[in-house]
Design a protein around this ligand. Structure first.
Ligand code: FES
Length: 124
């Protein structure tokens, strides 16, 4: 098993939605690892598991920035960069950093199994 925070090799497709482990670290440093379904989003996974510090006021429409997370550096390349629309919305987020993303814009995929994100101390 890969150590926490390190990307793993892609899994072979089995033809069904895999469960993908995502670890959310809150602003106080408490880590919660939950399973998300490939095809959903990192925001939806957080809401479904009552992960704190993700509000998602717009329901995933990229119109509120209250689902802001920091992507762990080891995962930044694999997660990818925000779209121009997401970048515009990130301007309204609290304490934006180079690894900031809106979690509603990150699709859960098999190759993100083990993803680690941290939530800011407050949302916009
Ligand atoms: S939930 Fe509103 S921008 Fe992500």
């Amino acid at each position: 098993m890969a150590p926490i925070g390190r990307p793993t090799q892609p899994k072979l497709s089995t033809g069904h939605f895999a469960m993908v482990k995502i670890t959310y670290i809150d602003s106080a440093g408490t880590a919660r690892t939950v399973e998300g379904e490939a095809g959903s989003t990192v925001m939806e996974t957080a809401i479904n598991h009552s992960v704190p510090e993700i509000e998602a006021e717009c329901g995933g429409a990229c119109a509120c920035s209250t689902c802001h997370v920091y992507v762990d550096e080891a995962w930044r390349e694999k997660v990818g960069e925000p779209s121009p629309m997401e970048e515009d919305m990130l301007d309204f987020a609290f304490e934006v950093r180079p690894n900031s993303r809106l979690s509603c814009q990150i699709k859960v995929r098999d190759d993100l199994d083990g993803l680690v994100v941290t939530t800011p101390s407050r949302q916009a």
